[in-house]
Design a protein around this ligand. Structure first.
Ligand code: FMN
Length: 244
């Protein structure tokens, strides 16, 4: 077993710059929904994954499996999913394998969910009644928003809820490490609808492994209006209780 990017651990002095660099990588991350065609070198992708794999996991189980798609492999998958997405007859056949969201929504979660949706559509000039344009925008997911790199993440089915927690930490590391390199991402549960197609295309043994999520990776298109979406967060005092 290798120990990627782990050692030696040199204690660096905490400086305003070191804090700013990490905070900036975290806080400048946002979901990007239009990418430039500029390729990302394979070494950079490997670096990001190597650094991200320093994520903690219960008893160091490292439950992540990453499928890195570029070039024709990515394009063929995009074509297959788009064909299914645009065929109403296939809608029933493609359902997510796990519930990402609650079956019944309550406030405040539903309010936040609606707000981000309408904020995005508002930027794009998509009105509430314009189902056709919503369908087109939703379909942008399956083109990886034109990103040059598509990531598909899978996990062994035997792993439990705790490992999904570990997985989230890994995913966040991928996104933050990408940001540190001037790259951007969009995590995408939308791909879960097409887990059959994706597993078949990527040769994933679907009896053993299941899809967790997809992700676009690349250079953000600075001219795209959808990339100006800034989502809100509750203030710390709203979600944290300090008990002295
Ligand atoms: C696991 C996960 C799955 C997501 N799936 C999608 C998706 O399928 N399509 C999409 O456009 N955004 C997706 N998002 C992005 C969220 O909408 C976004 O993180 C949220 O609105 C906060 O905005 P921010 O990422 O810009 O901070 C997903 C986010 C996460 C963490």
């Amino acid at each position: 077993m290798t120990h990627p990017a782990s050692q030696p651990r040199i204690e660096r002095p905490v400086t305003a710059d070191s804090i700013a660099a990490v905070d900036h990588a975290i806080t400048s991350r946002r979901s990007i929904r239009q990418f430039l065609p500029t390729p990302v070198p394979r070494d950079t992708i490997e670096d990001i994954l190597r650094v991200a794999s320093r994520a903690p996991s219960g008893t160091n189980t490292q439950p992540w499996q990453v499928h890195v798609l570029t070039g024709q492999t990515k394009q063929t998958l995009v074509d297959k999913i788009m064909a299914a997405y645009n065929d109403p007859a296939q809608a029933e056949a493609h359902q997510p394998e796990y519930d990402y969201y609650p079956p019944k929504w309550i406030s405040p979660f539903i309010d936040r969910r609606r707000k981000v949706g309408w904020d995005l559509y508002g930027l794009l000039g998509i009105e509430k009644a314009d189902k056709d344009r919503m369908q087109v925008q939703q379909g942008r997911n399956f083109c990886f928003f034109d990103a040059p790199v598509g990531l598909i993440f899978s996990i062994n089915r035997i792993m439990g809820k705790g490992s999904w927690l570990d997985y989230g930490m890994f995913l966040q590391n991928v996104m933050v490490a990408a940001r540190a390199r001037g790259l951007d991402t969009c995590p995408q549960a939308a791909f879960n609808h097409y887990h059959h197609l994706i597993s078949e295309h990527l040769g994933i043994n679907a009896e053993q492994d299941m899809l967790v999520v997809g992700m676009s990776l690349g250079h953000a298109d600075p001219a795209a209006i959808e990339n100006t979406l800034l989502t809100e967060r509750e203030p710390v005092t709203q979600f944290a209780k300090f008990l002295d």
